[in-house]
Design a binder for this molecule. Sequence first.
Ligand code: NAD
Ligand code: WQD
Length: 339
Amino acid sequence: MKILVTGGLGFIGSHTVVALQKKGYEVVIVDNLSNSSLKVLDGITLITSKTPHFEKLDLRDKLEVNSFFKKHNDINGVIHFAASKAVGESVENPLLYYENNLASLAYLLQNLVQLKEQNIIFSSSCTVYGEADELPISEEAPVKKAMSPYGNTKQIGEEIIIDSCAAHQHLKAISLRYFNPIGAHPTAHIGELPLGTPQNLVPFITQTAIGKRKELSVFGDDYPTEDGTCIRDYIHVMDLAEAHVVALERIMHSKDNASFEVFNVGTGIGSSVLEVIQAFENASHEKLNYKIVDRRAGDVIAAFADTQKANEVLGWKAQRSLEQALKDAWEWEKTQVNT
Ligand code: NAD
Ligand code: WQD
Protein backbone atom coordinates (compact mmCIF):
# COMPACT_ATOMS: atom_id res chain seq x y z
CA MET A 1 0.00 0.00 0.00
CA LYS A 2 1.42 3.33 -1.10
CA ILE A 3 0.42 6.36 0.98
CA LEU A 4 1.02 9.99 0.05
CA VAL A 5 1.75 12.19 3.06
CA THR A 6 1.65 15.90 2.25
CA GLY A 7 3.55 18.04 4.76
CA GLY A 8 5.20 14.79 5.85
CA LEU A 9 8.35 16.50 7.14
CA GLY A 10 6.35 18.68 9.54
CA PHE A 11 5.62 18.02 13.19
CA ILE A 12 2.57 15.75 12.99
CA GLY A 13 3.36 14.49 9.47
CA SER A 14 6.80 13.13 10.37
CA HIS A 15 5.44 11.19 13.37
CA THR A 16 2.66 9.80 11.19
CA VAL A 17 5.21 8.68 8.58
CA VAL A 18 6.97 6.76 11.37
CA ALA A 19 3.68 5.12 12.42
CA LEU A 20 2.87 4.22 8.78
CA GLN A 21 6.32 2.76 8.06
CA LYS A 22 6.23 0.76 11.30
CA LYS A 23 3.05 -0.86 9.96
CA GLY A 24 4.66 -1.68 6.62
CA TYR A 25 3.17 1.04 4.42
CA GLU A 26 5.22 2.49 1.57
CA VAL A 27 5.28 6.25 2.11
CA VAL A 28 5.73 9.08 -0.38
CA ILE A 29 6.23 12.49 1.21
CA VAL A 30 5.72 15.83 -0.52
CA ASP A 31 6.68 19.00 1.33
CA ASN A 32 7.86 22.45 0.23
CA LEU A 33 10.08 22.78 3.35
CA SER A 34 8.41 26.10 4.24
CA ASN A 35 8.17 25.00 7.88
CA SER A 36 10.43 21.95 8.04
CA SER A 37 13.86 20.66 7.23
CA LEU A 38 15.35 17.81 5.20
CA LYS A 39 17.07 16.65 8.40
CA VAL A 40 13.72 15.23 9.48
CA LEU A 41 14.17 12.49 6.85
CA ASP A 42 17.29 11.33 8.73
CA GLY A 43 15.32 11.17 11.97
CA ILE A 44 12.58 9.08 10.33
CA THR A 45 15.24 6.78 8.84
CA LEU A 46 16.96 6.33 12.22
CA ILE A 47 13.69 5.31 13.88
CA THR A 48 12.26 3.04 11.18
CA SER A 49 15.42 1.90 9.32
CA LYS A 50 13.67 3.00 6.14
CA THR A 51 13.90 6.26 4.18
CA PRO A 52 10.57 7.30 2.71
CA HIS A 53 10.46 8.56 -0.86
CA PHE A 54 10.59 12.38 -0.72
CA GLU A 55 9.77 15.00 -3.35
CA LYS A 56 10.11 18.72 -2.75
CA LEU A 57 6.84 20.07 -4.06
CA ASP A 58 4.80 23.19 -3.40
CA LEU A 59 1.13 22.20 -3.50
CA ARG A 60 0.22 25.72 -4.66
CA ASP A 61 1.88 24.88 -7.98
CA LYS A 62 -1.02 23.29 -9.82
CA LEU A 63 1.02 22.08 -12.81
CA GLU A 64 3.62 20.47 -10.55
CA VAL A 65 0.88 18.79 -8.54
CA ASN A 66 -0.66 17.44 -11.77
CA SER A 67 2.68 16.05 -12.96
CA PHE A 68 3.37 14.51 -9.54
CA PHE A 69 0.10 12.54 -9.79
CA LYS A 70 0.88 11.46 -13.37
CA LYS A 71 4.01 9.78 -12.00
CA HIS A 72 2.31 8.41 -8.89
CA ASN A 73 -1.04 7.18 -10.17
CA ASP A 74 -0.91 4.08 -7.94
CA ILE A 75 -1.42 5.85 -4.61
CA ASN A 76 -3.85 4.05 -2.29
CA GLY A 77 -4.44 6.88 0.19
CA VAL A 78 -3.53 10.46 1.03
CA ILE A 79 -2.95 12.04 4.43
CA HIS A 80 -3.02 15.79 3.93
CA PHE A 81 -1.07 17.74 6.54
CA ALA A 82 0.48 20.47 4.38
CA ALA A 83 -0.84 23.86 5.49
CA SER A 84 0.20 27.03 7.25
CA LYS A 85 -0.85 27.00 10.89
CA ALA A 86 0.07 30.22 12.71
CA VAL A 87 -3.14 31.86 13.94
CA GLY A 88 -1.63 35.38 14.35
CA GLU A 89 0.07 35.30 10.94
CA SER A 90 -3.24 34.32 9.36
CA VAL A 91 -4.85 37.48 10.74
CA GLU A 92 -2.07 39.60 9.22
CA ASN A 93 -1.92 37.75 5.91
CA PRO A 94 -5.25 36.00 5.32
CA LEU A 95 -4.78 35.58 1.58
CA LEU A 96 -1.60 33.57 2.12
CA TYR A 97 -3.66 31.24 4.32
CA TYR A 98 -6.56 30.95 1.91
CA GLU A 99 -4.17 30.18 -0.94
CA ASN A 100 -1.89 27.79 0.92
CA ASN A 101 -4.55 25.90 2.85
CA LEU A 102 -7.40 25.91 0.34
CA ALA A 103 -6.08 26.32 -3.23
CA SER A 104 -3.66 23.46 -2.46
CA LEU A 105 -6.50 21.31 -1.17
CA ALA A 106 -8.49 21.88 -4.37
CA TYR A 107 -5.53 20.91 -6.58
CA LEU A 108 -4.94 17.81 -4.50
CA LEU A 109 -8.60 16.74 -4.70
CA GLN A 110 -8.77 17.40 -8.45
CA ASN A 111 -6.01 14.84 -8.90
CA LEU A 112 -7.23 12.44 -6.24
CA VAL A 113 -10.62 12.00 -7.94
CA GLN A 114 -8.82 10.77 -11.07
CA LEU A 115 -7.21 7.86 -9.17
CA LYS A 116 -8.51 4.34 -8.77
CA GLU A 117 -8.36 4.61 -4.96
CA GLN A 118 -9.71 7.93 -3.67
CA ASN A 119 -9.06 8.08 0.07
CA ILE A 120 -8.07 11.18 2.03
CA ILE A 121 -7.50 12.03 5.69
CA PHE A 122 -7.73 15.77 6.39
CA SER A 123 -6.03 17.63 9.25
CA SER A 124 -8.74 19.63 10.95
CA SER A 125 -8.74 21.25 14.35
CA CYS A 126 -10.80 21.66 17.52
CA THR A 127 -10.59 25.36 16.69
CA VAL A 128 -13.72 24.79 14.52
CA TYR A 129 -15.79 24.51 17.74
CA GLY A 130 -14.72 27.91 19.10
CA GLU A 131 -15.94 28.39 22.69
CA ALA A 132 -18.13 25.30 22.88
CA ASP A 133 -21.40 25.41 24.83
CA GLU A 134 -20.85 21.98 26.37
CA LEU A 135 -17.83 20.08 27.64
CA PRO A 136 -16.45 17.62 26.71
CA ILE A 137 -16.86 18.60 23.05
CA SER A 138 -18.49 15.98 20.83
CA GLU A 139 -18.52 15.91 17.03
CA GLU A 140 -22.18 16.98 17.24
CA ALA A 141 -21.20 20.36 18.73
CA PRO A 142 -21.92 23.17 16.28
CA VAL A 143 -19.10 24.66 14.24
CA LYS A 144 -18.86 28.27 15.43
CA LYS A 145 -17.84 31.31 13.41
CA ALA A 146 -14.07 31.05 13.03
CA MET A 147 -12.00 33.38 15.18
CA SER A 148 -9.17 33.63 12.63
CA PRO A 149 -8.57 33.12 8.90
CA TYR A 150 -6.56 30.02 9.88
CA GLY A 151 -9.56 28.55 11.70
CA ASN A 152 -11.75 29.48 8.75
CA THR A 153 -9.50 27.51 6.38
CA LYS A 154 -10.18 24.38 8.45
CA GLN A 155 -13.96 24.96 8.32
CA ILE A 156 -13.93 25.71 4.59
CA GLY A 157 -11.53 22.82 4.00
CA GLU A 158 -14.07 20.43 5.51
CA GLU A 159 -16.84 21.96 3.36
CA ILE A 160 -14.73 21.58 0.21
CA ILE A 161 -14.26 17.91 1.03
CA ILE A 162 -17.97 17.37 1.84
CA ASP A 163 -19.00 18.91 -1.50
CA SER A 164 -16.38 16.86 -3.34
CA CYS A 165 -17.54 13.62 -1.71
CA ALA A 166 -21.11 14.44 -2.75
CA ALA A 167 -20.04 14.95 -6.35
CA HIS A 168 -17.51 12.11 -6.67
CA GLN A 169 -18.96 8.73 -5.85
CA HIS A 170 -15.65 7.02 -5.10
CA LEU A 171 -14.14 9.74 -2.93
CA LYS A 172 -13.93 8.85 0.77
CA ALA A 173 -12.68 11.18 3.46
CA ILE A 174 -12.16 11.44 7.18
CA SER A 175 -11.57 14.77 8.86
CA LEU A 176 -9.66 14.47 12.13
CA ARG A 177 -10.20 17.38 14.49
CA TYR A 178 -7.07 17.49 16.59
CA PHE A 179 -7.05 18.97 20.05
CA ASN A 180 -3.58 20.14 21.24
CA PRO A 181 -0.79 17.94 19.85
CA ILE A 182 2.42 17.98 21.91
CA GLY A 183 5.49 15.84 22.58
CA ALA A 184 7.96 14.11 20.32
CA HIS A 185 9.00 10.61 19.32
CA PRO A 186 10.39 8.86 22.45
CA THR A 187 13.73 8.28 20.68
CA ALA A 188 14.09 12.10 20.37
CA HIS A 189 15.07 11.68 16.71
CA ILE A 190 12.10 13.78 15.57
CA GLY A 191 9.99 16.43 17.30
CA GLU A 192 8.45 19.87 16.93
CA LEU A 193 10.54 22.54 15.16
CA PRO A 194 8.86 25.91 15.71
CA LEU A 195 10.25 28.73 13.56
CA GLY A 196 11.20 31.77 15.66
CA THR A 197 9.41 32.41 18.94
CA PRO A 198 6.98 29.58 19.69
CA GLN A 199 3.30 30.55 19.90
CA ASN A 200 2.23 27.28 21.50
CA LEU A 201 2.55 26.48 25.18
CA VAL A 202 4.70 23.35 25.25
CA PRO A 203 7.55 24.45 22.94
CA PHE A 204 7.61 27.74 24.88
CA ILE A 205 7.92 25.78 28.13
CA THR A 206 10.77 23.57 26.88
CA GLN A 207 12.64 26.51 25.32
CA THR A 208 12.34 28.41 28.60
CA ALA A 209 13.59 25.46 30.63
CA ILE A 210 16.60 25.01 28.34
CA GLY A 211 17.43 28.75 28.56
CA LYS A 212 16.48 29.91 25.04
CA ARG A 213 13.68 32.07 26.55
CA LYS A 214 13.85 34.04 29.79
CA GLU A 215 10.45 33.14 31.16
CA LEU A 216 7.08 31.78 30.18
CA SER A 217 4.14 34.18 30.23
CA VAL A 218 0.97 32.49 31.45
CA PHE A 219 -1.85 34.23 29.63
CA GLY A 220 -4.40 35.01 32.32
CA ASP A 221 -5.29 33.45 35.70
CA ASP A 222 -8.73 35.02 36.04
CA TYR A 223 -10.68 32.60 33.83
CA PRO A 224 -13.68 30.79 35.32
CA THR A 225 -11.71 27.55 35.86
CA GLU A 226 -10.48 25.93 39.08
CA ASP A 227 -7.06 27.64 39.10
CA GLY A 228 -8.03 30.52 36.78
CA THR A 229 -5.95 29.38 33.77
CA CYS A 230 -7.29 28.01 30.48
CA ILE A 231 -7.98 24.34 29.96
CA ARG A 232 -6.94 22.28 26.92
CA ASP A 233 -6.72 18.65 25.86
CA TYR A 234 -3.03 17.91 25.23
CA ILE A 235 -2.45 14.80 23.13
CA HIS A 236 0.86 13.01 22.54
CA VAL A 237 1.82 13.37 18.88
CA MET A 238 2.43 9.60 18.58
CA ASP A 239 -1.13 8.89 19.77
CA LEU A 240 -2.32 11.37 17.16
CA ALA A 241 -0.08 9.75 14.50
CA GLU A 242 -1.56 6.34 15.25
CA ALA A 243 -5.09 7.75 14.92
CA HIS A 244 -4.25 8.64 11.31
CA VAL A 245 -3.23 5.08 10.49
CA VAL A 246 -6.45 3.70 12.00
CA ALA A 247 -8.58 6.29 10.16
CA LEU A 248 -6.86 5.54 6.87
CA GLU A 249 -7.43 1.82 7.33
CA ARG A 250 -11.12 2.51 7.98
CA ILE A 251 -11.65 4.32 4.68
CA MET A 252 -9.41 2.01 2.67
CA HIS A 253 -11.05 -1.21 3.84
CA SER A 254 -14.68 -0.60 4.73
CA LYS A 255 -17.37 -0.27 2.14
CA ASP A 256 -20.54 0.87 3.91
CA ASN A 257 -19.47 3.96 5.85
CA ALA A 258 -20.55 7.48 4.99
CA SER A 259 -18.22 8.98 2.40
CA PHE A 260 -17.30 11.81 4.80
CA GLU A 261 -16.78 11.33 8.52
CA VAL A 262 -15.45 13.51 11.34
CA PHE A 263 -13.63 12.38 14.47
CA ASN A 264 -12.29 14.30 17.44
CA VAL A 265 -8.76 13.28 18.32
CA GLY A 266 -7.91 14.10 21.91
CA THR A 267 -7.40 12.36 25.23
CA GLY A 268 -10.67 13.49 26.77
CA ILE A 269 -8.73 15.01 29.69
CA GLY A 270 -8.63 18.77 30.24
CA SER A 271 -5.48 20.26 31.82
CA SER A 272 -4.98 23.85 32.92
CA VAL A 273 -1.86 25.83 32.02
CA LEU A 274 -0.68 25.61 35.64
CA GLU A 275 -1.24 21.85 35.63
CA VAL A 276 0.86 21.55 32.47
CA ILE A 277 3.66 23.53 34.13
CA GLN A 278 3.50 21.27 37.21
CA ALA A 279 3.49 18.13 35.05
CA PHE A 280 6.49 19.46 33.11
CA GLU A 281 8.41 20.11 36.32
CA ASN A 282 7.64 16.58 37.52
CA ALA A 283 8.63 15.01 34.19
CA SER A 284 11.83 16.99 33.65
CA HIS A 285 12.97 17.68 37.24
CA GLU A 286 13.51 21.29 36.09
CA LYS A 287 12.04 24.37 37.77
CA LEU A 288 10.23 26.58 35.27
CA ASN A 289 10.50 30.36 35.35
CA TYR A 290 7.04 31.79 34.67
CA LYS A 291 4.83 34.78 35.43
CA ILE A 292 1.15 35.51 35.09
CA VAL A 293 0.31 38.17 32.49
CA ASP A 294 -2.88 39.44 30.85
CA ARG A 295 -5.14 37.19 28.85
CA ARG A 296 -4.20 36.55 25.19
CA ALA A 297 -6.82 37.79 22.71
CA GLY A 298 -8.84 35.03 21.10
CA ASP A 299 -8.20 32.26 23.68
CA VAL A 300 -11.19 30.07 24.52
CA ILE A 301 -11.62 29.25 28.21
CA ALA A 302 -11.76 25.48 27.97
CA ALA A 303 -11.68 22.81 25.28
CA PHE A 304 -11.41 19.06 25.69
CA ALA A 305 -12.68 16.22 23.58
CA ASP A 306 -15.47 13.75 23.91
CA THR A 307 -13.55 10.81 22.48
CA GLN A 308 -16.36 8.26 22.49
CA LYS A 309 -16.83 8.25 18.72
CA ALA A 310 -13.12 7.72 18.01
CA ASN A 311 -12.94 5.08 20.76
CA GLU A 312 -15.94 3.11 19.55
CA VAL A 313 -15.98 3.61 15.78
CA LEU A 314 -12.24 3.83 15.07
CA GLY A 315 -11.28 1.56 17.95
CA TRP A 316 -8.61 4.09 18.87
CA LYS A 317 -7.80 5.57 22.26
CA ALA A 318 -4.91 7.78 23.37
CA GLN A 319 -2.43 5.68 25.36
CA ARG A 320 0.20 8.13 26.57
CA SER A 321 -0.01 10.45 29.59
CA LEU A 322 0.55 14.21 29.74
CA GLU A 323 3.76 13.63 31.71
CA GLN A 324 5.04 11.17 29.10
CA ALA A 325 4.36 13.73 26.36
CA LEU A 326 6.15 16.47 28.31
CA LYS A 327 9.09 14.18 29.06
CA ASP A 328 9.42 13.34 25.35
CA ALA A 329 9.14 17.05 24.42
CA TRP A 330 11.90 17.79 26.94
CA GLU A 331 14.21 15.03 25.66
CA TRP A 332 13.70 16.40 22.14
CA GLU A 333 14.43 19.98 23.25
CA LYS A 334 17.73 18.82 24.75
CA THR A 335 18.81 17.54 21.32
CA GLN A 336 18.18 21.02 19.88
CA VAL A 337 20.57 22.95 22.14
CA ASN A 338 22.96 24.04 19.41
CA THR A 339 20.33 24.78 16.78
P1 NAD B 1 3.93 21.84 10.43
O1 NAD B 1 4.07 23.24 9.97
O2 NAD B 1 4.97 21.28 11.32
O3 NAD B 1 3.79 20.87 9.15
C1 NAD B 1 3.21 21.28 7.95
C2 NAD B 1 4.16 20.89 6.83
O4 NAD B 1 3.56 21.25 5.58
C3 NAD B 1 5.51 21.59 6.91
O5 NAD B 1 6.55 20.65 6.78
C4 NAD B 1 5.50 22.57 5.73
O6 NAD B 1 6.78 22.76 5.19
C5 NAD B 1 4.54 21.87 4.77
N1 NAD B 1 3.83 22.75 3.84
C6 NAD B 1 3.16 23.91 4.14
N2 NAD B 1 2.65 24.44 3.01
C7 NAD B 1 2.99 23.61 1.99
C8 NAD B 1 2.75 23.61 0.59
N3 NAD B 1 2.09 24.61 0.00
N4 NAD B 1 3.23 22.59 -0.14
C9 NAD B 1 3.93 21.60 0.42
N5 NAD B 1 4.19 21.54 1.72
C10 NAD B 1 3.72 22.53 2.50
O7 NAD B 1 2.48 21.70 11.10
P2 NAD B 1 1.87 20.53 11.98
O8 NAD B 1 1.77 21.01 13.38
O9 NAD B 1 2.54 19.26 11.69
O10 NAD B 1 0.38 20.52 11.40
C11 NAD B 1 0.00 19.64 10.37
C12 NAD B 1 -1.45 19.89 10.04
O11 NAD B 1 -2.25 19.74 11.20
C13 NAD B 1 -1.75 21.29 9.49
O12 NAD B 1 -2.73 21.17 8.51
C14 NAD B 1 -2.29 22.00 10.71
O13 NAD B 1 -3.14 23.06 10.35
C15 NAD B 1 -3.05 20.90 11.39
N6 NAD B 1 -3.24 21.09 12.84
C16 NAD B 1 -2.14 21.33 13.63
C17 NAD B 1 -2.32 21.52 15.00
C18 NAD B 1 -1.15 21.82 15.90
O14 NAD B 1 -1.37 22.33 17.00
N7 NAD B 1 0.10 21.53 15.50
C19 NAD B 1 -3.61 21.45 15.55
C20 NAD B 1 -4.69 21.20 14.71
C21 NAD B 1 -4.49 21.01 13.35
C1 WQD C 1 -2.52 26.55 25.03
C2 WQD C 1 -2.80 27.29 26.33
C3 WQD C 1 -2.77 29.69 26.13
C4 WQD C 1 1.48 30.04 25.18
C5 WQD C 1 -3.56 26.79 19.09
C6 WQD C 1 -4.37 27.19 17.88
C7 WQD C 1 -5.28 26.07 17.48
C8 WQD C 1 -4.52 24.78 17.30
C9 WQD C 1 -3.56 24.49 18.42
C10 WQD C 1 -4.10 24.34 15.00
C11 WQD C 1 -3.72 28.49 26.14
C12 WQD C 1 -1.65 29.21 27.03
C13 WQD C 1 0.23 29.54 25.50
C14 WQD C 1 2.17 30.82 26.14
C15 WQD C 1 0.33 30.52 27.68
N1 WQD C 1 -3.73 24.76 16.13
N2 WQD C 1 -0.34 29.77 26.72
N3 WQD C 1 1.56 31.02 27.36
O1 WQD C 1 -4.33 28.30 21.77
O2 WQD C 1 -5.17 26.02 22.44
O3 WQD C 1 -4.45 26.42 20.14
O4 WQD C 1 -2.80 25.65 18.75
O5 WQD C 1 -5.20 24.07 14.59
O6 WQD C 1 -5.90 26.48 16.31
O7 WQD C 1 -5.14 28.33 18.23
O8 WQD C 1 -2.74 26.31 21.94
O9 WQD C 1 -0.47 26.01 22.78
O10 WQD C 1 -1.15 28.28 21.89
O11 WQD C 1 -2.09 27.49 24.05
O12 WQD C 1 -0.17 30.73 28.78
O13 WQD C 1 3.27 31.33 25.91
O14 WQD C 1 -1.56 27.82 26.83
O15 WQD C 1 -3.34 30.86 26.63
O16 WQD C 1 -4.52 28.57 27.29
P1 WQD C 1 -4.25 26.85 21.64
P2 WQD C 1 -1.52 27.04 22.61
